[in-house]
Design a protein. Structure first.
Lengths: 129, 113
């Protein structure tokens, strides 16, 4: 009779380090990270909207702020966060309705999310730099 | 302690659905914005864009969507990582205040034009 109450020692091999995640896992965690970044970034976005719509000089001031290289880097990072979140979100919506859920297509669409959001970010980055 | 039933149908389904619907609305707004944003950018063009009634309406829907979407999203994140009930409640309240504050500010910006 096996002892059912005894805790079996099972090997724990989970390695949840992001560097070890398969591509769909990386898309997923970055979707979460980018969502939180967008949430926290709302205030900066609103500040710029407020300034730029307030007056002619406010608009010039906002444009001036965005000319600094650090500001441009932040803008590019935010655009990437939004695009990654949106592309991964769209992929998520398809998975929700059972489209593309096989391992093969899920891996491919995860790859496509990275390519699409990085390519779009790059195309915007070269324009605003 | 109240005996709560923790299994069953529809728990969270409304929120889940609201998060999807608001996601679709935000995608729609993004597409519209990419079509109508002033090129080249200028104060006059930028202001004229947001002065239009339909653009304000669309932006109002965007703000409402972000409010609902980010609330559900951030609440999910807090639920996943913050196990201490009091701390989680505080963070959830802070999230609501932050989002409602941002939404109010956005309305003020738009209706000041
Ligand atoms: C632009 C269009 C957007 C789309 C298509 C989109 C899509 C999605 C979807 C489908 C989810 C659900 C993920 C899940 O259930 O695991 C989600 C979660 C979330 N979204 Fe968005 N979203 C968008 C914009 C935004 C914006 C602007 C914000 C913040 C201001 C935001 C913040 C969040 C947060 C915090 C979560 C929770 C993340 C998580 O649970 O891992 N999203 N988004
Ligand atoms: C064969 C086993 C399993 C399958 C097929 C599976 C599948 C899934 C799926 C499809 C989701 C939804 C993902 C999303 O919408 O973002 C999910 C979420 C989740 N699963 Fe599993 N799961 C399995 C085992 C487990 C186990 C063993 C645990 C915990 C010990 C677990 C914990 C979770 C949690 C916490 C979530 C929510 C994560 C989030 O939304 O961020 N799952 N799982």
């Amino acid at each position: 009779m096996p002892d059912l109450t005894a805790k079996k020692k099972r090997p724990l091999w989970y390695n949840l380090s992001p560097l070890n995640l398969p591509l769909p896992g990386l898309v997923s965690i970055l979707h979460r990270v980018s969502g939180v970044v967008l949430f926290l970034g709302l205030i900066a976005f609103l500040y710029l909207l407020d300034l730029s719509l307030a007056s002619e000089s406010g608009y010039a001031q906002a444009a001036g702020l965005l000319r600094a290289p650090i500001a441009k880097l932040l803008v590019i990072a935010s655009i990437w966060a939004l695009l990654h979140h949106m592309c991964a979100g769209i992929r998520h919506l398809f998975l929700d309705v059972d489209i593309g859920t096989s391992l093969r297509t899920a891996r491919r669409s995860a790859f496509a999310v990275f390519i699409a959001s990085l390519a779009l970010t790059a195309s915007i980055a070269v324009r605003i730099w | 302690m109240v005996n709560r039933i923790i299994v069953g149908a529809h728990y969270g389904l409304k929120d889940w659905l609201a998060q999807r619907i608001t996601a679709l609305l935000m995608i729609g707004y993004t597409v519209i914005f990419l079509v109508v944003w002033p090129r080249p950018m200028s104060y006059a063009g930028w202001k004229a864009l947001f002065a239009q009634g339909w653009m304000r309406f669309a932006t109002f829907l965007l703000v409402a969507s972000v409010l609902i979407h980010a609330w559900i999203g951030m609440r999910n994140v807090w639920m996943d990582y913050v196990k201490h009930t009091g701390l989680r409640l505080a963070l959830e309240v802070a999230t609501i205040l932050w989002l409602v504050g941002c939404a109010g500010w956005a309305m003020q910006i738009l209706w000041r034009i």
